[in-house]
Design a protein around this ligand. Structure first.
Ligand code: ADP
Ligand code: MG
Ligand code: ZN
Length: 596
């Protein structure tokens, strides 16, 4: 379709040329005769001029020569001069400066520029849009991949999800075996899980393992600028896929396309709805026996249109969850193969240091460690590189050269020791691993790194309260030591408040509010403008919730104050040590506690 655009400039130029020739021809045949001014005067004296029309610098008219009327025109000449010229019988004529070229340029140039811009825009658009001429012709063919060299071995730590997908691979390899037995194959498989857990990777691995073509599109790519285009694209995708069966169609980020219909903002969602409807129609219309398996991934299943999840559509859900410690070890092993790692690497220790990280974070971690090793001119990636990479990823980049004045450093040091001391004094808090006042990233001036010893799935009320106390420990320390508080605690406050809020509204941990769940908040808005939050409880309850949250925070703050007041000397000593060393280990602080 590129060809369609190349011609345009030439067509326009040829068109202009043709028009000019025709004009010229007409002018030469029918035009009035141009005569010198002197001749006009002669005709005038000979009484041959019949009528004239005078304009600023030209005279047009008719004259009669041998009883034949002729049109003429002549350019006027300064009347005084013309009298003299006549006296001396000079042939003279007026001349208007030709404006022909100027005229041409004055409209050809803008035209060329205009055409140029149009051409450029068309080209740009064809880049993303396939141009006006080919609306709806799918670009899915670009997305077909035949040789995927991703296998199940590349995806680690998600064994349950893999198990569920083995059957799909079997089917894609030998569809006949299944259909002969009359077995029912799932049509749509939805991979659900947090971002970075390997959903996309898993889908590709299924295609790689079964050796079938893989059509992949992301949900947002369906939602097009032109209404109707997305729907056409879906139709085309299924047509192409059926031709290539057995194969896999994979729609990544299904939530972009499959958001529940009929809610939300204005504009733009008409197109999405049409596309979604088309997808539903196509899903209903195809028979899995042809060997097309539809897979999709989302990290927000709760916002999907329920119609998508109905039986016969995406009815098989595969959870791709955050990896546990063993899972993280396996993922690390996969990615460590990509780098030259030292034998001294303790994978188990690395997995312990990275709770909550998902596959994508771990891949990034290995890469960061390798970069650090390169920067240090090492031959292999060693354990210290990994340790630093963990810190980097957790707390942002170390910025040793950022200057903080001495007073501020003191505040930060006491603040961090405050967190750490409260944590060490309370049971059920995560052990303090490191305390640092080396500024990192943009916001954090210091940090206290607490690492859970194990993956946690349940939290007790007392533990949550201890956690809030720990978060407030920083500010409490500032108050005790300096008698004043700083802005450094805003992140702590926000986290503490969130925890308290969840305790009251979600976990039923407030005796006054009771064992209720109040977190369904709906966003309602007129045409999406001025969305307001509405809740399903009374104003009185809302007030009570607010009061309970404030009370939890106030209680925990006074608890933190108490703990720190009784250990004020350790707080001071710890802060001193931290100011000296910039970074101390949790057990160094613990040693201080035992000494005194
Ligand atoms: P998602 O689609 O769930 O957001 P991706 O599949 O795009 O996550 O993962 C991004 C990258 O992270 C992958 O290319 C891979 O390098 C790494 N990764 C994620 N999960 C895993 C895993 N389970 N095993 C190995 N690598 C993983
Ligand atoms: Mg993905
Ligand atoms: Zn803090």
């Amino acid at each position: 379709m590129e060809k369609h655009h190349k011609f345009s400039i030439w067509y326009v130029l040829i068109g202009i040329w043709v028009v000019l020739i025709i004009q010229n021809y007409i002018a030469s045949t029918y035009a009035v005769q141009t005569i010198p001014y002197s001749q006009f005067l002669n005709y005038l004296k000979a009484n041959q001029v019949v009528e004239i029309a005078i304009s600023e610098n030209q005279i047009q008219g008719k004259m009669k020569i041998d009883s034949e009327e002729k049109k003429f025109k002549t350019v006027r000449v300064d009347p005084e001069l013309s009298k003299m010229l006549e006296q001396y019988h000079v042939i003279f004529k007026g001349q208007i400066e030709s404006t022909f070229l100027r005229d041409i340029f004055s409209w050809i140039f803008p035209l060329i520029i205009f055409v140029g811009i149009w051409y450029f825009l068309m080209k740009r658009m064809s880049g993303q849009q396939a141009g006006f001429m080919t609306l709806g012709k799918n670009k899915a063919r670009i997305y077909m991949e035949n040789e995927l060299n991703v296998t199940f071995d590349d995806v680690a730590g998600v064994d349950e999800a893999k198990q569920e997908l083995v059957e799909v691979i079997d089917f894609l390899k030998t569809p006949d075996k299944f259909t002969d037995l009359g077995g029912k194959i799932p049509k749509g498989i939805l991979l659900v899980g947090p971002p970075g857990t390997g959903k996309t990777l898993l889908a590709r691995a299924v295609a790689g393992e079964s050796g079938v073509p893989f059509f992949s599109l992301s949900g947002s790519e369906f939602v097009e600028m032109f209404v109707g285009l997305g729907a056409a694209r879906v139709r085309d995708l299924f047509v192409q896929a059926k031709q290539k069966a057995p194969c896999i169609i994979f729609i990544d980020e299904l939530d972009a396309l499959g958001k529940a219909r009929g809610v939300g903002g204005m504009g733009g969602h008409d197109e999405r709805e049409q596309t979604l409807n088309q997808l539903l129609v196509e899903m209903d219309g195809f028979d899995p026996k042809v060997g097309v398996i539809l897979m999709a991934a989302t990290n927000r299943p709760e916002i999907l249109d329920p119609a998508l999840l109905r039986p016969g559509r995406f009815d098989r859900h595969v959870l791709v969850d955050r990896p546990d410690k063993i899972g993280r070890m396996e993922i690390l092993k996969v990615h460590l193969k990509q780098v030259k790692a030292a034998d001294t690497i303790n994978i188990e220790r690395l997995a312990e240091m990275t709770p909550g990280m998902v596959g994508a974070d771990l891949a990034n971690l290995v890469n960061e460690a390798a970069l650090l090793a390169v920067r240090r001119n090492q031959k292999e990636v060693g354990m210290p590189d990994f340790e630093e990479a963990v810190e980097r990823i957790i707390a942002g980049l170390e910025k040793k050269n950022r200057l903080i004045n001495i007073k501020e450093r003191e505040i930060v040091a006491h603040h961090e020791i405050g967190h750490a001391l409260v944590a060490l004094s309370l049971p059920g808090t995560d052990p303090v691993q490191k305390i640092s006042i080396i500024p990192r990233g943009i916001a954090a001036l210091g940090y206290t790194m607490q690492v859970p010893t194990e993956d946690r799935f349940l939290m007790k009320k007392s533990e949550l309260l201890n956690r809030i106390a720990t978060l407030l420990g920083g500010r409490a320390a500032e108050e005790i030591i300096f008698g004043d508080i700083s802005t450094g605690a805003h992140n702590d406050l926000s986290r503490a408040t969130d925890t308290a809020k969840s305790m009251v509204k979600e976990y039923g941990m407030s005796s006054k509010v009771g064992q209720v769940y109040f977190a369904h908040e709906k966003r309602l808005g007129l045409l999406g403008i001025g969305a307001v939050e509405s809740h399903d409880y009374s104003e009185a309850t809302a007030e009570m919730i607010d009061r309970e949250i404030q009370e939890i925070i106030a209680n925990e703050y006074s608890r933190a104050l108490e703990i720190l007041k009784s250990r004020e000397d350790i707080l001071k000593k710890g802060a001193q040590l931290l100011l000296e060393k910039e970074k101390i280990e949790g057990n160094e602080l613990q040693a201080l506690m035992h000494d005194s």
